[in-house]
Design a protein around this ligand. Sequence first.
Ligand code: SF4
Ligand code: SF4
Length: 449
Amino acid sequence: MEHSTNLEEAPRPSSFDAHNPPSKELLSDCVHCGFCLPACPTYVLWGEEMDSPRGRIYMIAKASQGEAPLDHNFRQHMDNCLGCMACMTACPSGVQYDKLIEDTRPQVERHIPRASADSAFRKFLFAIFPFARRLRLMALPMLVYQRTGLQKVVRASGLLKLVPKRLAMMEALLPTVPNSLFHKLPSFTASVGKGPRVGMLTGCVQQVFFQHVNEATLRVLSAEGYEVVIPPQQSCCGALMMHGGMEEEARSMARKMIAVFEKENVDYIVINAAGCGSTMKEYGHLLREDPVWADRAKIFSAKCRDISEILLMRKSQTPRNPISLRVAYQDACHLRHAQGVYAEPRSLLRDIPKLDLAEIGEANLCCGSAGVYNLLHPQPATELGDRKVENLLAAKAQALISANPGCLLQLQAGLRRRGMEQVPMFHMVELIDASIRGISAEELLQRQI
Ligand code: SF4
Ligand code: SF4
């Protein structure tokens, strides 16, 4: 009978709900060529099609057509994705995987319940890490743990092998807690060279554990003639929430961030943490359906610049002093792949006389940090971390450089596993700061500024 044929042909409803589902148009951009497979860290580790970008896009498309359920298997493959965006750099068809995965994750959170232990651990992470004040409070007992020598005892005792892997990873990633935990940077630094007025993001993990990087950033901006505003009301950019599929929380944080910097009337917003930068440049997409904030978000995102981008916008105002050092530079995925910032940090480092910049093998492969991926997926993150450290050490450098706090922590943990924690590590901006201030390589290695 004819009407039964019509029923069979009726399109199935999507497995996604109607709230910002992954775009069918963007899904159709993928031509399944597979060029992205060797760039994908999970495919490199496991060789599984469904843990490759092409496999994930296929699964999302099937769910979008209502031909695959949103179940635990679907969630597993989406969870396994580091969000490193190496697939985007590798893709010749310009597939916007970032938008696809970012729109898929909230659907996963809404429709596929998690086991209670997994859910509790995630809630804990998202209740602490995006809040600098809470991070500081949590860092206080850690300060005692480290300064009393208890950390050394615990690490040597083998006790950490008995605790859940995620907790052990958290301990392994703990950086040296600075003494000046509550130190704040000035909210305004006047320009000495009539440069643009820039707002500086202090970050969450960055401002608590890497204050020295923020201090170096401010010194460099100031030396280069920028007027720097650091609004004390700024909070988290929402990167962790976005990567965790917590869309509403991410949106709310984005709105707050936009409002804070709008008041300051800055020409640019400078970011020295790759993950934060890539998120803030995506506010336009995140708030695209918000009638009040969509345009403001676009304007805000257009002003965001990584520190390496901003420093190359104008001719340098300060001479660079030599640093006789061989360094290996590790690309942060959220800088290289998500923001396309690859040449800029290299160019700035090469401007430092006598600095020997080494390229490393598998430079496009993620180190396994990826926001809180290393805490949620310790096993693959450790394998990727070890692989990255091996590549860095093969460059026979005297120091390792990155431009993201998460990568620095991940590499530090990897070095420690090899008993090589003495290898010095710096944020890229620290080298520029040292060069401007005339700090020699010897001093630099001693100070680890
Ligand atoms: S994402 Fe790009 S590179 Fe990967 S299979 Fe699709 S079209 Fe090819
Ligand atoms: S974002 Fe990274 S881990 Fe995820 S599919 Fe792309 S390359 Fe693979």
